[in-house]
Design a protein around this ligand. Structure first.
Ligand SMILES: Cc1cc2nc3c(=O)[nH]c(=O)nc-3n(C[C@H](O)[C@H](O)[C@H](O)COP(=O)(O)O)c2cc1C
Length: 311
């Protein structure tokens, strides 16, 4: 018998979110899922996570928007997207045909916008959950500006939770002194799960131009370089919170994913790895299954949090 990979990332909620396996794309690295659906079976994933959606369509930041760094990359996309209305009318009907839950990542400019967007997405067929992006480092309004402040993060969570029956996942930034306090405040306002982490603020310099590579100077660092940071935060959150944690940051293999589960994550997201290997998500699912089978583990839930201290 192959091991059971099923996990529940919103236990006890009005709308639970049971996944056939714990692996999903990280927002912004899988577009709307439709392009990937041409190349592989998206229904083999635990869930699909959309690109960050804003109230109005956005062009994103000026080029260049990405820079390669040792063991990772910097991005400053600036939430280029089609806007919430097109997401509801053009994307959701296609997602509704898939046998895989789709989580929509929403990015409000203001706290009220998080509430308004949650209300608009509530009950839309094809949408299984929301992920609040209160952690984008590449926009002038909303994003990290909300997510670096505990009270604002809590208010954004409350605004969304009170306007929808969908499970609300809050995606937090690592660019704070105390991610646990931040996540606790969101849990207190009804977050069904916490996703950790968004990108780590970084910068690269162009020697020839004697200027920052990215026009906004700062960008978000992702990829293997941030995996130890993400693991540390997941481990700290798992000891402090009762809600499930979705681990994200530098995962590219089944073994990476197992490390996150052992540190206390119930599910994982794979982002930058997909750019180098478009099949990375499936490799992570298959690699995780192989690891569990080789280690005679019948149910993936057995290893969740096994690296945490007892008690
Ligand atoms: C090109 C790019 C675009 C991203 N866009 C979003 C986004 O729209 N919303 C969001 O919450 N996170 C976004 N992220 C952050 C990722 O979802 C993820 O949190 C981060 O990249 C760390 O995971 P990784 O190391 O596996 O890439 C983006 C990351 C990259 C590299």
């Amino acid at each position: 018998m192959p091991p059971s990979l099923q996990v529940d990332i919103a236990p006890g909620r009005k709308n639970s979110l049971v996944l056939k396996n714990p692996v999903m794309p990280a927002s912004g690295t899988f577009s709307w899922g439709l392009e990937f659906a041409k190349h592989f079976d998206v229904e083999a994933l635990g869930a699909v996570v959309s690109k960050g959606v804003t109230m109005a369509p956005r062009q994103g930041n000026v080029q260049p928007r990405v820079a390669e760094t040792p063991a990772g990359m910097l991005n400053s996309i600036g939430l280029q997207n089609i806007g919430i209305e097109s997401c509801i009318s053009d994307m959701a009907p296609l997602w509704a045909r898939w046998d895989v839950p789709v989580i929509v990542n929403i990015a409000g400019d203001t706290i009220d916008e998080f509430g308004e967007m949650a209300r608009m997405l509530d009950g839309v067929p094809g949408i299984a959950a929301l992920e609040l992006n209160i952690s984008c480092p590449n926009v002038d309004m909303g994003g990290i500006e909300i997510g670096q402040d505990i009270a604002s993060s809590a208010r954004a969570t409350r605004a969304a939770v009170r306007n929808t029956d969908l499970p609300v996942i809050v995606k937090i930034t690592p660019n704070v002194t105390d991610p646990v306090a931040l996540a606790r405040a969101c849990e207190g306002e009804g977050a069904a799960a916490i996703c950790a982490i968004n990108t780590v603020l970084g910068m690269a310099v162009d020697l020839r131009r004697r200027k920052p590579v990215l026009p906004r100077a700062r960008g978000g660092l992702s990829g293997p370089a941030i995996k130890p940071i993400a693991l540390r935060i997941v481990y700290d959150l798992a000891r402090a919170l009762s809600v499930p944690i979705i681990g994200c940051g530098g995962i590219s293999t089944g073994e990476d994913a197992v490390e996150f589960l052992m540190a206390g994550a119930t599910a994982v997201q794979v982002g930058t790895a997909t750019f180098a290997n478009p099949r990375a998500l499936l490799d992570v699912v298959e690699g995780m299954e192989r690891w569990l089978a080789a280690n005679h583990i019948e149910d993936v839930n057995e290893i969740i949090g096994c690296a945490l201290p007892p008690g």
